[in-house]
Design a protein around this ligand. Structure first.
Ligand code: NAP
Ligand code: G4F
Length: 373
């Protein structure tokens, strides 16, 4: 009998990679989607219609929908990835964030209990390095004290503790993966890495003039999402329900990410000024290999292509995340260095250079045919 997995947040970056991973392992995969007036299923469109992949409408804010779905699907494993996952947005929508990211976890746990599946169903909770927030030690491991530093992190802290509570109170196999930032070609376009790789590609191809960023000094431990979903699965296959830090053990600033991303887009930057006056200035431009772009670079030496805008500063910002993945390496046999920082930036820029080229050609074709003016 194939194992049955239920994924909340299946349309997201991680949900899409996890679906592919579990289908590859022979699972029957069920995913929760929510009604939207526009189609946000781009990341899983290639999976729809395949025999072992099923989508169901439900919402993390709607207990009844979750109880009914868990009863219908009878999952062996639940991967609770659904969340309002944007830290900056959580300052603008704190109540919604708490409802989905905190109480939503409780609703999943109770849906499992209501359906009497607590002895058989294993639950993975998408926890986060944001719990360490205003960090109390560097690097951070499973024993580092938490100091959440945003409404998002406070909501996720509830999720972490309610998982632990149900594990101890009801002997349920439920675990948190404390994942550090992980990125990919499918990363949401307002997270800093994807915002940078898309902007670098557009600036190189002349469809954007300047990229506006917030805190350039912020340090993150960035890994590749495709590598991280394997860990979610490994955590649920472990013989005991435990929490794990998942990270690469290497950190870089936002500025370093931007410098490398522009380099892969054919633009060398130097940085000048401080704080809100800091600028990224073009010092050299190279032609792109034809497989990433058909166009010559549109920028010139001396152009300012990155500026700082206080609009992207946060009321409280987490600035020093560095994970210690020793436990995952030792206990799960997971390789934290499968994809390096340099490879990650390169693959994201390469993808976005092609995406921007396609956008450009589509527009040119439409203009030629008189479809848009
Ligand atoms: P993401 O791309 O933003 O995806 C979030 C998913 O949650 C989407 O499928 C979204 O659906 C769904 N969702 C949001 N509100 C919902 C609701 N009320 N009901 C049902 N579904 C809802 O996030 P991600 O990067 O894949 O991250 C996955 C999980 O890991 C999140 O819980 C995130 O907080 C956590 N995490 C991420 C990272 C990271 O670096 N990526 C690190 C640590 C932890 P729509 O498509 O309909 O919006
Ligand atoms: O890319 P970010 O928005 O990711 P953040 O806040 O670290 O959150 C992500 O990772 C968490 C794991 O640690 C997840 F739990 C969470 O769901 C999400 O996936 O920002 C990274 C850093 C921040 O310090 C931010 O202040 O980049 C800084 N930054 C600088 N300029 C910017 C910008 N962030 C964004 N989004 N946009 C900017 O223009």
């Amino acid at each position: 009998m194939a194992k049955v997995a239920l994924i909340t947040g299946v349309t997201g970056q991680d949900g899409s990679y996890l679906s592919e991973f579990l289908l590859g392992k022979g699972y029957e995969v069920h995913g929760i989607i929510r009604r939207s007036s526009v189609d946000y299923r781009e990341r899983i469109a290639h999976l729809e219609g395949t025999p072992h992949f099923h989508l169901h409408y439900a919402d993390m804010g709607d207990s009844m929908s979750l109880v009914k779905l868990v009863g219908k699907v009878q999952p062996d494993e639940i991967y609770n990835l659904a969340a309002q996952s944007h830290v900056q947005v959580s300052f603008d929508a704190p109540e919604f964030t708490a409802d989905v990211d905190a109480v939503g976890v409780l609703r999943i746990l109770e849906a499992v209990r209501t359906n009497h599946l607590e002895k058989t169903c294993r639950i993975y909770q998408a926890s986060t390095s944001e719990l360490y927030g205003k960090v109390e030690e560097v690097p951070q491991n499973e024993n580092t004290p938490f100091h959440p530093y945003s409404p998002y992190a406070v909501a996720k802290l509830y999720g972490y503790w309610i998982i632990k509570e149900y594990r101890e109170a009801y002997n349920m196999f439920c675990c948190s993966g404390i994942l550090f930032n992980h990125e990919s070609e499918r990363r949401g376009e307002t997270f800093v890495t994807r915002k940078i790789t898309l902007a670098a590609a557009r600036i190189a191809q002349g469809t954007q003039e300047c990229l506006y960023l917030g805190n350039l000094d912020s340090l993150r431990d960035w890994g590749y999402a495709k590598d991280y979903v394997e860990c979610m699965w490994l955590i649920l296959q472990y013989d005991k329900p435990e929490d794990f830090v998942i990270a690469t053990g290497v950190q870089h600033t936002v500025r370093e990410f931007a410098t490398l991303a522009f380099h892969h887009a054919g633009i060398e930057l130097r940085w000048e000024g401080e704080g809100v006056d800091e600028k990224g200035i073009v010092v050299a431009v190279s032609h792109q290999p034809s497989e990433v772009s058909s166009q010559k670079s549109a920028v010139r030496i001396g152009d300012i292509v990155v500026r700082v805008s206080p609009d992207f500063y946060r009321p409280t910002d987490v600035v020093n995340l560095l994970g210690d993945p020793s436990k995952a390496k030792r206990e799960l046999g997971w390789n934290p260095q499968k994809t390096s920082f340099e490879q990650l930036v390169e693959l994201m820029v390469k993808h976005d250079m092609q995406k921007v080229t396609r956008e450009h050609f589509n527009l040119a074709e439409y203009l030629e045919k008189g479809i848009v003016k």
